[in-house]
Structures are given as C-alpha cells and as structure tokens.
Design a protein around this ligand. Structure first.
Ligand SMILES: [Zn+2]
Length: 509
C-alpha cells in the first residue's frame, strides 16, 4: 500500500468536525465508565492516531471474533483461531469497531507496564467497543489480565498498518456518501445497499436499475466537481429517541442492537446528510472518485438492481498502478502499444480458433494413418499386441489417443483384417515434448475383448504404478514423472508381451 502515501489526509481534524447538537447530551467524562459507541474518539476525531485511556474491563475471550480483518490470508486466520485473546473495554479509543458498512480497525494497545499488544479486531457489542487483544508469545492469559487491570492506563494506537487500513476505509466510506448523494440528486437513484469490499478491490453501491455509460460519466463528473471544491464534512450528534431511530436504511442508519444512545448524522456541506456511525474524513478534498464505467446486473429473482463499482483515495491509486502494470506486461507480451492490446488479443484468439479448427479437421485423418500403421505389424492368424508412443503438447492428449483407437476399431471391423487378425490388445502413450517430475504421460489401452483388457490393464497398472479406469474395451491411465522410451516404454512393452504369452502361449518360431 506504499502508493497510498500520495493521498494525504489533512494533518488534523478541525474542531468544528464533531458537533453535539442536543443541549442535554455531553461527552461522558467519568473514566470508570465506557464512552458509548457513537461518541468514541475515533468518531469525534477520525485523524487521531493514538489516545491514552483507562481500562474498564478485561476478560478472556470465549471464542475468536466471528469475522476477522479483511486483509488476512488463510494462514493468518488459522493462526488467529489458535491465539488466546482478551476482550478489553476501555473508557475511550481511537480504534473503530465495525459499523455503517465500514470494517473494524486493527491497532496496538500499550498497557500500563509499557508492553505493546496487538488488537486483531474491534467489535461493537450493544453500545460498547470490544478490543480483541492478542496475548503475545511468552505471556500467559493471567499476565495479560494483570496488565489490563480495571482502572489501569492503556494507550490505543492505530500504528502505521492500522492507519493505512483506516485511511482506505475512511476514503471509500466518505466517497460512498458522496456517490450515493449525487446518484440521488442527479438521477433520483437511491442506494439500496453498499459494500466496502476487501482492499484493494473496487467497492460498490447497489442501485435499483442498470445505468448507461453516459449516466455514470455524468455522476463521476458531478461528484468530482464537489471534490475539487473541497466540500467540508462534519458530524452532528444528538440523543437517540424512538422518533429518530426509525431512520434506518440497509447498510446505513442505526443498527437495531445499538444501545449507545446517540444518533450521528454525517454531513457533506451542501450535498448530503446521512445517519452513519462510520469514521469520515473531515473533507472530500483529494477524494477523487472513479467509477467503473458499467453496472453489473444482479441475477437475484424479482430484481432489476445493479451494482455500480467505485474507487477513491489510496485504493484508487493502487488500482491504477496495478491495472497499468497488467496492461504494460500484456502489451510487452503482444509486442504492441497498450492501445493496441485489445485488437492484438482479438487477432490471437481468431488465429487460435482457426488453428484449432485445422487440428480438428486433420486429427481423424492422422488417426486413420496411425491405425493402419498399427495393423501393419500384425501377423496373419496371430493375436496383435502393439505399443505406440506419441509426443504431443496437447491440453487433452487422451483426445487424440481415443481418435486413434476409434479409427483402429473402424479399420479392423470394416476390412478383411478381422479374419486375418483374431484379436488385438494395443497400448498407445502420449508424453509432452519437455518433461519434468510433474509431467503426465497418458496411456490408453484398447482391446478386442473386455475381459482380456482387464488382465492387460491390471498388469500395466501394477508394473508402472499407474492409476486409471475404463469402460468396455478401453482403459486409460496416467503416469506422473519423466517417461522415457528405453525405460517406461520398454517396461510397458515387456508387460504386454508377458501377458500375451500368459494368455496365448509362447510364439512358435
Ligand atoms: Zn456511512
């Protein structure tokens, strides 16, 4: 996320950002009680990176948090499941518990003894922010509980990683408010829901219908006009009562299990007022919005709604950097300029289609020749046992081998060969031109007799250590590794020969 350094937020949140508008509401100052979610430091001052506060309670977490940070891979999640975690409630915090569609923060807590502890998740429970603190290596759960004794001092901090994550979330969240407001005012399109997807993929708003490219361009232009004007953002907080609780819409508004007792309204000056508990940037200046120029229709029953994908802030720069890298790499492979990439790929696909058609047309003919070659080695009145090796770079080598067997059966059945050659058991193999320890050689066995085939297949499976299966008079298997004619090829020949002798007796000379 190095590129995000280019998107700089203002150095400090202006004092006018957080406004308590209920005369009866004030910020709780009793440090033995938690400040409710809605009035937390991360919500009053979104650019604050650390804060000294007091521990209210610390308990051992019974189970890991149900969702984890959205940037973890499977390995991290697995190790996190094994971690011992504390649930810590503080008087106040700079770490945001998820809400309003915005994911949780991650960060660090310094306990009173000066030890640093990772906060792997923050969740809202009722009106409280619960910090999931990882018990570090070399410490026991009791050590951690002692470090977070009730009434002790604890400093929460976002840290560099936590701040980069938060800056991305704030940029995308504030951009979503701006986007939803412009969609509403310019096109009368309400936002049905939205998702702040995992970094760095584009996030989306869901709107009731698909939008044209012109509409999307218009919305982007209108939103960016407001960005260039640098409209200010502030938050109004009032007491939550039953009348303003009914202000709910999906993924915005006030969750039904919220017990913090305040209602926050996020305001973009002259543009939007929206109830939201998220942390928002104090200005939309520098928050250029990029809309992916098409909507994605949703296939849910009874809906015509569509997703409009957007990017903003650090995520936009990361997206542009990565898409530019893909394009540059692709144009280098195709030996053309970025603008010609689509045209060149079209040509390559067209050429490939033609080549595939030619192969499809020639394959049966070639298979017919190979089938005749196989019959040539048959001796009159003797059962035919033959092996043939192909070298071919095909994504489906069994396809050609099957074509040979089909052609062989046809030639055998159609002609006098059936009278001349009483039975046959044939193995054909196919290896790629360059082989490594992970290469696959395909083996097809086919026979004039289903029972005989089974005897041959069992012997081949055993001597070459193959896995495979078949139906009727055909059996196929795979050999993993380097197949050489003088080693595996010879072994296959010898195996078939020994089965032949076993079944038909030795050749009379
Ligand atoms: Zn919001």
């Amino acid at each position: 996320m190095a590129a995000s350094a280019i998107v700089l937020p203002p150095p400090a949140t202006p004092a006018s950002y957080h406004r308590i508008i209920s005369p009866t509401l004030s910020l709780p100052t009793d440090t033995s009680k938690p400040i409710p979610v809605g009035l937390l430091a991360c919500q009053r001052d979104p650019l604050l990176r650390e804060l000294v506060s007091t521990v209210i309670t610390a308990t051992l977490a019974q189970a890991p948090p149900t969702t984890t940070t959205n940037r973890k891979n499977k390995k991290d999640k697995a190790s996190e499941a094994r971690d011992t975690l504390l649930e810590v409630i503080l008087h106040d915090t700079v770490l945001f518990p998820e809400g309003g569609g915005q994911p949780n923060d991650i960060g660090i807590i310094t306990s009173a003894d000066g030890e640093l502890w990772d906060v792997v998740d923050v969740k809202r429970r009722g009106g409280h922010a619960i910090h999931f603190v990882k018990v570090k290596e070399g410490k026991t759960a009791d050590d951690a509980l002692t470090a977070f004794a009730t009434g002790s001092i604890a400093r929460t901090a976002l840290g560099d990683q936590g701040f980069q994550r938060r800056l991305d979330h704030m940029s995308m969240h504030t951009a979503q408010h701006l986007l939803s407001a412009v969609l509403e005012t310019k096109l009368d399109l309400p936002t049905l829901s939205w998702a702040l997807t995992s970094y760095p993929t584009p996030s989306y708003v869901e709107v009731p219908r698909a939008m044209t490219a012109e509409e999307i361009a218009l919305i982007q232009e209108e939103a960016n006009k407001l960005v260039f004007e640098g409209r200010q953002v502030h938050v109004e907080v009032e007491e939550l009562d039953s009348s303003n609780r009914a202000y709910d819409t999906p993924s915005v508004g006030i969750p039904s299990d919220y017990t913090g007792g305040v209602k926050r309204t996020v305001i973009i000056d002259g543009v939007d007022r929206n109830p939201c508990c998220g942390t928002h940037l104090p200005t939309i200046h520098n928050l250029q919005l990029f809309l992916i120029p098409h909507t994605e229709g949703l296939s849910r029953a009874n809906t015509t709604s569509a997703r409009l994908y957007f990017l903003s802030g650090p995520r936009l720069i990361t997206y542009l950097t990565s898409t530019h890298s893909y394009l540059t790499a692709t144009s280098a492979i195709l030996s053309c300029g970025p603008a010609q990439v689509a045209e060149r790929i079209e040509q390559v696909i067209e050429e490939r289609k033609k080549a595939t058609k030619r192969i499809e047309a020639m394959e049966p003919e070639l298979a017919g020749f190979v089938a005749k070659e196989l019959l040539k080695v048959a001796r009159d009145g003797k059962p035919l046992v033959a092996v043939r090796h192909q070298i071919e770079d095909s994504s489906n080598p069994l396809g050609f081998l099957s074509a040979i067997s089909t052609a062989f059966i046809k030639v055998y059945e159609d002609s006098s060969n059936k009278c001349r050659v009483p039975s046959y058991n044939i193995a054909i193999t196919s290896s790629p031109t360059t082989q490594t320890s992970t290469s696959t050689t395909t083996i097809l066995l086919f026979s004039s007799d289903e029972k005989e085939l089974k005897v041959y297949a069992d012997a081949v499976k055993k001597t070459l250590g193959l896995k495979g299966g078949g139906k009727g008079t055909k059996w196929s298997g795979k050999f993993m590794g380097v197949w050489t004619e003088h080693r595996e090829g010879l072994l296959l020949k010898e195996t078939l020969e020994s089965v032949r002798i076993q079944c038909n007796g030795p050749d009379e000379v």
